[in-house]
Design a binder for this molecule. Sequence first.
Ligand SMILES: [Zn+2]
Length: 103
Amino acid sequence: MSTYLILFAVIAVIYFVLVRNRPAPKTDWENLPTLNEYKKLEKSVNADDQLCCRFCGSSDINKRLLQSKKENPDDTKYYHACAACRRVLWRSVVMLTDKKEDQ
Ligand SMILES: [Zn+2]
């Protein structure tokens, strides 16, 4: 009987070690390109050399705060979405040092 308990404990330990060592899956936000990466994509700049939506060509782009306390605990992460077709285009991070001075 105790042999089974020890065996179970060993399996449980191995299981938790394996699960905990697995890298965290990338979030949707992390899969977005940064601004520099976005600029290198096709159609990200219009004929006037202005940054624009690569899906519809609109240069009207909104900056929005990532609304996730888990992913964005310090309110430093933003994403930029096209105002015309509402697709998310790239991500950005505000330096935390700028915010700390206000507190
Ligand atoms: Zn668009």
